[in-house]
Structures are given as C-alpha cells and as structure tokens.
Write a protein that binds this ligand. Structure first.
Ligand code: ATP
Ligand code: MG
Length: 688
C-alpha cells in the first residue's frame, strides 16, 4: 500500500516524486520537471522532498533553492504537513532540520561564511544591496575622475548594471556592451578600469555585493577539494523556478553535482521573466543534455489552478510566443465566467473599480488575502494605495518599496554593519556624515586612515574628534566599542545602536516620532534572527514587504489585500486577481519594445500575471495612462490602447465609465485629491 499523500498526485507527478527513491540515500539521476503554470510543479517538488525524508533521507543533507525566502518558508510548511501525516509528531523535528532551504544568494552567503577563510576572505564580510553597490561604484568612479572629466560617462546605475550583467551572464565586457548597453560602448576602456577598481575596493573593504555571492561561490567550486566538500554535504539539491536562473547559477549547480546525482530542477520556459538580470531560458532547455546519460524529463500538462476560461485566455496569450517548449495546458475546472477586460477612463477610476470589486468579493465571503492586485512596476499602484488607505482597507505590498529603503532604517543598519566590518566604506560614509561638522572629505580621510589597519576600531577611537563634532564624535566611538562582537549580545545590540542614533534622528528629521516607531519595529524584527550577522545578511538579501500599517511587519493575524508586482507574484495563486494597466506602453512596456526578445519577455510577463488567478480574473485597461515618455504636448498622460497580447475573443468586455457614484462628485474629488497629496507625502517621507 502506498502512502496517502502519493494517492493525491497524478501519475506523472508521482513518478517525479518517486524518481530514484529506492531508499532515501540513493539520490537518483538528474531530473527535470518542465511544465506550464499551475500544473503542480512546486507542489510536486514539496512532495518529493517530503517523500525523500519519509524514506530516510537526512533533511540536513537536502538543499532546496527557491525564488524567495517566502517561497522557501512556504515549501517548508508543506513538507512538514506531508511528513506529519506519515511520521506523526516526530515529523516536526524532521522539517525543522530542513535548514538548507532558501534563495540562491542566501545559501551562497551561508556557504561562503562557513568557508571564508579557506577561500581567502574574512568571514566578517558585510553584504551590499544594490543601492550600496551603486554608491560604491560612484565613489570609485569619482576617485578615477571619470564622472568629472567625462560628463557623458554612464550613470552609476548603468555602470553597475553593465558590471552585473557581465558577471551573471559570464559574458565578456565587449559583448555585454554590444548586446545590452550599446550606448556605453565608447567607454569600454574606462569601464574596464572602473570595474577593476570597484572589485579592488570591495576586497579592500571586505564587502560582497549580490553578484559576489554567486561569483565567489562559483570560484569556490573551482577548487576540487572545496567543490567536493560543498557538493558532498548534500545528497539532494532541488531548485524551483529554474527558468529564472542565470549562467553562473547553472555552473554552480553543475559544480555541486557534476554527474547530476540527486539533482532536481523544476521550471516553465513560458514563465521566464528575469532576462534583464541575465537569467536565461537556455539553462532549462539545455539541462537534459548536460548529463550522460541525459537527465530524465517529466512534463505535466494538467492545470489544477485555474478555471477553463482563464486558462484558455492565458493559453491564448502564450501560444503566439515565438519559441516555446512547454505545451498548452488543460483543466477540468469548468466555469461560465470568462476573464473580464475592463475599460476604465483613467487610473483613478481603475483604483475605484478594483476597490469596489474587492469589497464585493469580501461580502460574498472571499477573504482579502485570497485576492491580489498585480501591476508591472511598483509605482503603478499609487492611486490604488491612496484609495485603499482612504477606505481603511489593509494591504501588503510585495516587491514594492522596501522597508529598508527608508533613510532612518538604513542609518541604523549602517551602524550595525560598520561595527561588524569597519572597512565597509559605504556604511562608514553614511554614518559619519550624520555627525555635525563631518562632511564627505573628513569622513573620507578618517576612513582612509583606518582602511589598512588590522585593528580599525581601536585606531578610530584614537583619532582626535573632528572640529565641531565634539561629544557627538565621542558617543559615536563609544557606540562602536559597545557593538564590538560579543559585548552587548544579540539582539540588545540593536538597542545600543538605536540609543545612539535617536538624537541624530531628531535633529535631522521633522517627522522623527513616526520614524522612531519604525526603529522599534526593526528591533522587533531583529528578535526573529539568531545573530547580528544572520539578521544583516538576510535582511539585505530579502527585505520584508511593505504593509499599509507598520512598515515591514507582516499583518499575520489579520486579513489584508495583496498588492504585488508581477515579478514578485511568481509561483503564487489567488482566487481573484486584478491586473492593472493592461495597455500598450505598460505591457509591453514602452521601455521594453526594442527587440523581439524583449517583446517576447513582455508576453511571458502577462502570461505569468494571468495564470495567478484561480476563479476570477480582471484585466483592466485605463484609456488614459501615465507613461514614462511624453507626448507632443508634454503631457505625461497618454491615450492608451489595450495590450496587443490580449486575446479579445476569449475575454468578456466590460466598460466602467463613471465611478464612483456614491459621493457628490466635486466633494469626493477634492477629498481624494487631498488624500493623494497627504498619503504621497507621508509615503515619500517614510521611504526616504
Ligand atoms: P507555477 O508555474 O505558477 O509556479 P506550479 O506548476 O508550481 O505553478 P503549484 O503551485 O504547485 O503549480 O500548483 C498549483 C495548484 O494546483 C495548487 O493549488 C496545488 O495545490 C494544486 N495541485 C497540484 N497538483 C495537484 C493534484 N494532483 N491534485 C489536486 N491539486 C493539485
Ligand atoms: Mg511553482
């Protein structure tokens, strides 16, 4: 008799789950599950992990890589649920031991920290997020004199994007410039020099950026002994959303499991939406032939998520794609309701329409959590956020403005980071310039003085206080002393940093009280991490989401609407889904219609959005749409037409011309406008 959890799977899912599991220790040959949206890929992967554990695999020797930390946590819960059906109370301890579940970058950071000394880096390294990296690039660029002498030199963001692409795509710089940044080609020589200096600066300061986490990991795997050690500690390596990995990630996997034993990857080429970060669908397409004998390939074609009309519309979008491996899906979930194509006058009517529909659904018994509003980029939800705030509807925003982007939170984290690694120049610059009387030049001089010092904190405390900084300098040095590893202990260290920072906060920001509340929240978040180092690493790699309530704190017990960029909605599903701005200029974006490849990626993006819906799908097209470009009149609103990808015959047309009707028009308009000003200002304040 087979286990009950296997009975629920279809035949192909089951063969994927059972692949190679004669006993848990036998890892089996390489396996690829390639299938369309909602066909149960992630579910199958969770079952496979559980099945391995039930059959004796050691959960501490399973490495599971997902697209976000949230996805890893969800996978852990599923595994635990399945294991507990079979193993009873004992199962809890099994899934707790599933310690190696996370994102590629998060896992990389942990492995590097463990092997730091062996690969010649200091284990107290700190990690730069994209903004810190761009700041460091800027510092280096200034030092080389490029930005001053060459006024048309690429911006710091472009420099970083170019560098990052070359690293992640494992592509020479001249090719990267030719293919992706042709307008920077004239600067190739200078860029090369800049990138060399940028790498030197990172090394001198003992900081790693996102790309380094993969790059150093790959380097580490180049050493036969370390590769054997890192690969050998895992019997099973499983990766979800494989279509969105880049060349570097694929080479790491291959180095971990050169023969593919115990390696399972799962993905959908039709959902590849991260090529702007050098992800390549070739990874998934080339996977089978990478191994001898070739990897086993299992395809799934039954969709369990969406109703037939939703699936038909999604298939309608993707079947016109130029190049595609996975086939159209089918479902048994009948419904008479086609996805709605809703035409509205503009974005404010769009916001009203969504809110009315969401509330209507809630009255019908659907929780807010079971509904999601998806959009292309974070700023597209502005009008909706205003409307939700006005009507007191709680929401959580995924992939949008991040809690950690606010200046005061960054200042606090810089204090912790600098105490951990006093060579981190970006953190040091940020902190010292909080002190009255200390400008960039003074800060630069002080940082230079301690840069090569084996005991930088001690030297720092011996430096005379800069003129006019007086007591502030002393309390700064005292704070850093108190934060030396092992002094205050975690998490009280964060209290030490806050006590030091608050007087500066009060001096700098008018809305200090509101910001102080954020710092308390940060302290609360910190208690969830075992150490300062884990806290800093994980927060930098995968920051908490913004909520309508207190930033960064998930509203765990409450009901809340989900707002998400399409990119961050990957892998998830909701009963009801609203996709904003389904117009040409947005999807496809007017920034992304250069090449066929870009247009194709935009098509897949819409496919991902539509396939998140289980029961109802609303595609909304405002006739007036705010765009990046300007029309001839200099008006940034343009008249838009519906997205060229939408399969009109499979949709139900719906016009929403006048909304709202409840409030007297003039008063209502004034209110909403005032509210927009208030909320925008508040949000701007919060996130700066
Ligand atoms: P995506 O491509 O969007 O990541 P996916 O292929 O990973 O989708 P899942 O999220 O694993 O799909 O599954 C989609 C839905 O189908 C989930 O609600 C899941 O519980 C359900 N499901 C999967 N397999 C089965 C099955 N055999 N029987 C019933 N429901 C299933
Ligand atoms: Mg999935």
């Amino acid at each position: 008799m087979s286990a009950a959890y296997l009975e629920k799977l279809n035949e192909r899912q089951r063969s994927a789950v059972e692949h190679g599991v004669a006993s848990g220790v036998d890892s089996g040959g390489p396996l690829l599950i390639i299938a369309g949206a909602g066909s149960g890929k992630t579910n199958t992967l969770a079952h496979r992990v559980a099945h391995l554990i039930v059959n004796g695999a050691d959960p501490r020797r399973i490495l599971l890589m997902t697209f976000s930390r949230r996805a890893a946590a969800e996978m852990g819960r599923r595994v635990e649920r399945i294991c507990s059906q079979v193993l009873g109370a004992k199962a809890g301890s099994f899934s707790d031991a599933l310690a190696w579940a996370g994102t590629f970058h998060g896992i990389g950071a942990r492995l590097l920290r463990e092997h730091a000394t062996e690969i010649g880096i200091d284990p107290s390294f700190t990690i730069h997020d994209r903004e810190d990296s761009a700041d460091l690039m800027n510092i280096v660029r200034h030092e080389l004199g490029f930005s001053k002498t060459e006024s048309r030199f690429p911006t710091k963001a472009t420099c970083l994007a170019t560098y990052s692409r070359a690293v992640n795509a494992e592509q020479p710089l001249d090719e990267v410039l030719r293919d992706s940044f042709p307008w920077c080609s004239a600067w190739e020589k200078q860029l090369r020099e800049l990138f060399g200096a940028y790498v030197d600066a990172k090394q001198a300061q003992n900081v790693l950026d996102y790309d380094d986490l993969l790059l150093y990991w790959a380097q580490m795997m180049g050493d036969a002994v370390l590769a054997e050690e890192a690969g050998g500690r895992f019997d099973h390596v499983l990766v979800d959303e494989y279509q969105d990995t880049n060349r570097l990630q694929a080479s790491i996997l291959l180095a971990m499991k050169p023969e593919g034993r115990g390696l399972t990857v799962v993905g959908d080429d039709a959902q590849s939406i991260y090529s702007f970060r050098a992800a390549t669908v070739r990874n998934i397409l080339d996977f089978p032939a990478t191994f001898t004998p070739a990897a086993e390939v299992i395809t799934l074609d039954r969709n369990y998520r969406s109703t037939q009309p939703i699936l038909a519309a999604a298939n309608g979008v993707i079947e016109l794609a130029r190049e595609r491996f996975t086939k159209n899906l089918w479902t048994e979930r009948e419904s008479a309701e086609r996805p709605r194509l809703v035409t509205v006058r503009d974005e404010s009517v769009q916001a009203n329409y969504v809110v009315e529909q969401v509330l209507q659904n809630r009255e019908g018994g659907m929780l807010l959590k079971q509904q999601a509003v998806l959009f292309r980029t974070s700023h597209h939800s502005g009008s909706l956020e205003v409307e939700l705030t006005r009507r007191n509807i709680p929401f959580v925003k995924f992939g949008g403005l991040k809690f950690l982007d606010s200046a005061h939170v960054k200042d606090m984290l810089a204090a912790l980071r600098f105490a951990q690694n006093p060579r981190d120049r970006v953190a040091g610059f940020r902190l010292m310039q909080l002190l009255p009387g200390v400008g960039p030049q003074t800060a630069g001089r002080i940082l230079d003085a301690i840069a090569a010092d084996p005991e930088p904190l001690t030297t720092l405390s011996e430096i005379p206080a800069p003129p006019r900084s007086g007591n502030d300098w002393t309390s700064f040095v005292d704070m850093l002393e108190a934060l030396r590893p092992g002094r205050a202990g975690w998490p009280s260290e964060i209290g030490t940093a806050r006590n030091w920072y608050e007087p500066h906060l009060e001096r700098i920001h008018e809305d200090a009280e509101m910001r102080k509340a954020d710092l308390l929240q940060l302290e609360q978040i910190a208690t969830g991490y075992p150490s300062r180092e884990r806290f800093l690493t994980e927060l930098t790699l995968d920051p908490p989401d913004a909520t309508s309530d207190q930033a960064g704190v998930p509203l765990l017990d409450e009901d809340y609407l989900i707002l998400s960029t399409i990119h961050s909605a990957k892998g998830q599903e909701w009963k009801s889904v609203f996709v904003l701005n389904c117009v040409d200029g947005c999807i496809p974006s007017d920034l992304g219609v250069g090449s066929t490849a870009e247009i194709e990626e935009e098509r897949r993006l819409l496919y991902v959005a539509m396939t998140r819906a289980r029961d109802s799908l609303h595609l909304i097209t405002p006739q007036r749409f705010f765009t990046h470009g300007q029309n001839a009149q200099g008006d940034r609103h343009v008249y838009a037409s519906r997205s060229r990808f939408l399969p009109a015959t499979l949709l139900q047309f719906f016009e929403c011309s006048a909304w709202p009707v409840a409030a007297p028009a003039a008063a209502g308009q004034r209110d909403a406008q005032q509210m927009r000003v208030d909320v925008r200002a508040r949000m701007r304040g919060m996130w700066r």
